[in-house]
Ligand binder design. Structure first.
Ligand SMILES: Cc1cc2nc3c(=O)[nH]c(=O)nc-3n(C[C@H](O)[C@H](O)[C@H](O)COP(=O)(O)O)c2cc1C
Length: 306
């Protein structure tokens, strides 16, 4: 390594990632969709769109809208089910030279176990367990707000997989650290923070809620201070790695999350603004490290805790 070279690689739950930049579930399909815009294999990892046991049509239209500072969505976990994913999507994902995490959502604790077992196959590095979707009636949020339930889902998934397990938490709770500790106790290998914040919009012309589901999940720049605060708090309470996300639009945002305690970060809404944003964030982090004379990115993690 010459003086000017920097090391962006990280260890996430025992997996070697070439850099800490991942995609966030639901914002770029399976990652293959980004291929026209960039070399997807240069990302640290991809997280797939939420997969459920059975085919899900999602909510009716009126399910995505722009607000000042972010996006509101109530997609409702639209996907073709886990068997379709295994037969049709995973083979395409397998052609990419990066880690792939399958994001799963269940209606019951047992369903999470079945999904984990079905996805315990080659081509998948890990699972991201969504216990935090606010847009479907039983889309997991119920499990994400009660520590005992969050722990039960984690234990069930761990029982049925040999893969690394990230549990993705909801910010729609009073004390995020209680949930984080519960999933750590349940055997989670890592925590993803945050999913969307429950919000709504009203159309003053029609005088009705704008989204078909009335409520939706708020993402984008508006939620960054909340995500950052939660990563900072959880870093002080758990010893498993945290993947930080929520409103990361550029390298500066990503670095702030790492300073708060995130080992890796995910880009969500940013992909919808610029599908090549991942590369820009990787380049920006590298530039920052060179400017600050930081050789190893791992030294940034949690540095704001002083
Ligand atoms: C259109 C859309 C679909 C999403 N679908 C999922 C999903 O299937 N599973 C999941 O865990 N999170 C899902 N999310 C949440 C994102 O992965 C992410 O947690 C959230 O948007 C916050 O990050 P951001 O501000 O960078 O977008 C979705 C978000 C959006 C905007």
């Amino acid at each position: 390594m010459t003086d000017q070279q920097v090391d962006l690689s990280i260890d996430l739950m025992g997996l070697h990632l070439k850099n800490p930049v991942m995609t966030a579930s639901g914002t770029c399909g399976s990652g293959v969709e980004l291929l026209p815009y960039m070399d997807v294999s240069s990302l640290g990892a991809i997280v797939g769109k939420g997969t459920t046991l059975n085919n899900k049509k999602g909510n009716p239209p009126g399910r995505l809208m722009q607000t000042s500072g972010g996006l509101l969505n109530c997609i409702g976990l639209q996907n073709q089910g886990v068997d379709y994913f295994l037969a049709n999507i995973l083979p395409e994902v397998g052609k990419l030279d990066t880690h792939f995490f399958a994001n799963i959502s269940g209606n019951t604790v047992e369903e999470y176990g079945i999904l984990a077992e079905k996805l315990d196959v080659e081509g998948i590095s890990g699972l991201e367990v969504n216990i935090s979707c606010p847009n479907v009636k039983s889309g997991g949020l119920a499990f994400g707000t009660i520590p005992e339930d969050a722990r039960a889902v984690t234990e069930e998934v761990k029982k049925h997989t040999s893969k690394k397990v990230l549990v993705k938490l909801s910010p729609n709770v009073t004390d995020i650290t209680a949930i984080a500790q519960a999933v750590e106790d349940g055997g989670a290998d890592g925590i993803s923070l945050i999913n969307t914040l429950l919000g709504m919009a009203i159309d003053s012309e029609t005088m009705k809620a704008s989204l078909s589901n009335t409520f939706g999940g708020l993402s984008g720049p508006a939620v960054k201070p909340v995500g950052l605060r939660m990563v900072y708090q959880v870093y002080q309470k758990v010893s498993i790695p945290i993947v930080g996300l929520g409103g990361i639009m550029n390298a500066k945002d990503a670095i702030e999350y790492m300073l708060a305690g995130a080992t890796a970060i995910q880009l969500g809404t940013a992909n919808l603004v610029n599908p090549a944003v991942g590369l820009e964030v990787i380049d920006g982090i590298e530039r920052y490290m060179k400017q600050k004379n930081i050789k190893d990115i791992k030294s940034l993690v949690g540095k704001a805790h002083r």
